[in-house]
Design a protein. Structure first.
Length: 298
């Protein structure tokens, strides 16, 4: 076995964690894959004998690649992030897997957290993701953001306070989540407005990201309040019969792909038996990157 093949095999052992780091940093599955590939290319241009801890080295390099991408993204934006933005969801079939095992999945970070992470400055996001989510020491993060370890700790602390203040509380029990989503689906399919209102928190927030090209009633929007959100759900009730329960970023959600044509993916936050937040990705271009037909078995 050649040296490059050995190096490739060692890299593959870390690919899952690197993809998890990149996804949390970027909120985009294609960009995360690109970042991991760029990390591999950097490894091939490095003397592997000079790397004492390959896993740590790869994690910090991936973080640096993602930081550069975030900075470039921020520089291109003339406007702040749109309130309707929904990160790429990670979709899995809904199985009987033990809920504790689902929590351990590398991609099970919630959409609510990813939405909050998107509001952070690039350096804050890097410090928080690497330290708080992957236990990378501040001494290793500091050179990436070109700050002292103490200043890097402050970056992470500032980000942590933002995250804690903006991330909604949620019920982690998959069984209770499924009960709520079953009730939501039944009400939607039956056109039952009052039943929909009952399963929604009075201050529920619906965020729909349909992309820049979709207009009219299906356009991107943020809607708040149980009655308003219920009315919005009934507007699209004809599609509810196609919706299927799936795992969306480790929690129970809905995917809609009639005849293999992806229409939408919805992640939710459930607390005290009601839906408090709904995140719908309905951008046709971004949905094309998701294998909904494969997940749904269509």
């Amino acid at each position: 076995m050649g040296d490059e093949e050995v190096l490739a095999r060692r890299f593959e052992e870390h690919r899952g964690q690197l993809r998890a780091v990149a996804y949390r940093m970027l909120g985009s599955l294609p960009e995360a894959e690109d970042a991991v590939q760029e990390t591999w290319l950097k490894l091939t241009r490095t003397d592997p004998d000079a790397v004492r801890n390959l896993g740590a080295w790869l994690t910090t390099v991936t973080g640096r690649v993602c930081l550069d991408l975030l900075r470039a993204r921020k520089a291109r934006r003339e406007e702040p992030m749109d309130d309707t933005f929904v990160p790429d969801p990670v979709i899995r079939p809904l199985t009987r897997t033990d809920p504790e095992q689902e929590v351990l999945q590398a991609d099970s970070v919630g959409l609510a957290l990813l939405v909050v992470l998107e509001t952070l400055q690039p350096d804050e996001r890097l410090a928080f993701v690497l330290h708080d989510l992957f236990a990378v020491p501040f001494d290793d993060i500091a050179p990436i953001v070109e700050r002292t370890p103490a200043a890097t700790r402050q970056l992470a602390g500032r980000a942590r306070r933002r995250v804690q203040g903006a991330t909604p509380s949620a019920d982690a029990d998959l069984g209770r989540q499924k009960e709520v989503l079953d009730a939501f689906l039944a009400a939607s399919r039956g056109g039952d407005f009052e039943a929909l209102v009952a399963v929604l928190h009075p201050d529920v927030v619906l965020r729909v990201d349909a992309g820049a090209l979709v207009r009219d009633t299906a356009a991107s929007k943020v809607v708040q309040g149980a009655k308003t959100v219920a009315a919005q759900a009934l507007t699209f009730a004809q599609y509810a019969r196609y919706a299927r329960l799936v795992l969306v970023n480790g929690t129970v959600g809905l995917a809609n792909a009639p005849e293999g044509r992806p229409l939408s993916v919805m992640g939710v936050t459930v607390a005290d038996g009601r839906i408090t937040h709904m995140y719908i990705l309905a951008d046709p271009e971004r949905l094309e990157h998701l294998d909904l037909a494969g997940v749904l078995g269509d």
